[in-house]
Design a protein around this ligand. Structure first.
Ligand code: ADP
Ligand code: MG
Length: 344
């Protein structure tokens, strides 16, 4: 009898142990996934939770809606209508007004490093078409006269730029798209999700098991490999690198798609890769491009004054610089020497 009771006790204890271990380790959830090609970028999305399928459907529709408003090549997009308005005010969607306004604001905030009106210069280099060439300096000088970041105005839902200027939102659009997808995920009850939009990665929450997402950052000197891995939850990780959309010219030099508005040439101020980590995709995207243009010294000064984002910079002489907030979050996997950017 006594023996039986003990056996029953053991069975109950075993059952309890099984139940508690179930509670501690929920069955792995399966992800709903979707791939989209838009904004000239291969995009992947992954979501967990009851509303995941609905969320992915809505996110895909939103991506195409944003593309049709913001595209610089589609003739009836808001941006094309602004660019062909010859200086007149143009009525645009709330998305376009918000992003053009952000472009004007970041121009000011980054001392002109981010300038959405650099587009005609970018086109002359062939970065918009893939028909690459090195323009002669008089052509660049002529085009630079109409680069006018300080003269872009947004008032309510209308946008106005100078008659001979043209804008493009390539530096901002994917960051904003990431923010919009996160909002759609949240509205649909997604508990955990990850999107990759080219060089932009953005996460909702942490992984379904509660641990951080681990995001690899490419080695700009060997872009098939990662140089480090950053652990994040609820953050965007946005990289601008000199290895994306670049070409080697007859002069043997490599030119890339981030233009320094100061001279109309690919920005070559000491940095070859800039990654910004923060809670807003739009801000991270704007700053990844802008700090790339600023270069090694000015980017570090900017980061010292703006502690709401973290950053990983790579210099052209092969040093990896990262902000002190990443000390516990960054695994350096390559053999680049690293230094911490101190901030008070
Ligand atoms: P990607 O487009 O590869 O994600 P970025 O976010 O760094 O990379 O944005 C680069 C894009 O921004 C370019 O393709 C171009 O459309 C635009 N651009 C290039 N230089 C500048 C600049 N100085 N200011 C604003 N936009 C720029
Ligand atoms: Mg950018």
């Amino acid at each position: 009898m006594k023996h039986h009771k003990f056996a029953a006790f053991l069975a109950a204890a075993a059952l309890l142990a099984a139940l508690t271990s179930c509670a501690a380790e929920p069955a792995p959830q399966t992800a709903s996934e979707r791939d989209v090609f838009a904004m000239d970028t291969f995009m992947t999305m992954k979501a967990y939770g009851d509303g995941a399928d609905k969320a992915l459907e809505a996110a895909e529709a939103r991506i195409f809606e944003l593309e049709s408003e913001l595209s610089v090549t589609e003739a009836d997009s808001d941006i094309s209508r602004i660019n062909s308005a010859k200086g007149a005010a143009v009525e645009v969607s709330p998305d376009t007004a918000l992003l053009v306004g952000a472009g004007a604001q970041y121009w000011q905030d980054t001392a002109g490093a981010l300038d959405i009106s650099v587009y005609p210069v970018l086109r002359e280099w062939g970065f918009t078409t893939g028909e690459y060439k090195v323009p002669d300096s008089s052509t660049i000088a002529k085009l630079l006269k109409n680069v006018c970041g300080g003269e872009i105005s947004v008032s309510g839902s209308t946008v106005q730029i100078p008659a001979d200027s043209e804008i493009d939102l390539g530096a901002l659009a994917k960051g904003y798209t990431g923010d919009e997808i996160m909002a759609i995920f949240r509205e649909n009850g997604v508990s955990s999700g990850l999107v990759s939009l080219g060089g932009n990665v953005q996460a909702l929450g942490s992984k379904p098991d509660g641990s951080d997402w681990r995001i690899g950052i490419k080695d700009p000197f060997s872009p098939d490999e990662n140089m480090c891995v950053v652990s994040i939850a609820d953050k965007a990780v946005v990289t601008s690198g000199n290895y994306e959309r670049c070409f080697e010219a007859d002069d043997g030099k490599v030119y890339w798609h981030i233009i320094d508005p100061a001279d109309g040439c690919p920005a070559d101020n000491g940095l070859v890769s800039v990654t910004i980590i923060g809670s807003k995709g739009l801000q991270c995207d704007a700053l990844s491009t802008a700090l790339f243009v600023m270069g090694t010294d000015k980017a570090q000064t900017y980061l010292a004054d703006h502690t709401d984002v973290e950053a990983v910079l790579v210099t052209d002489d092969g040093r990896l610089l990262y902000t002190d907030g990443l000390r516990e979050k960054l695994d350096i996997t390559g053999d680049m020497p690293s230094e911490v950017i101190a901030r008070d």
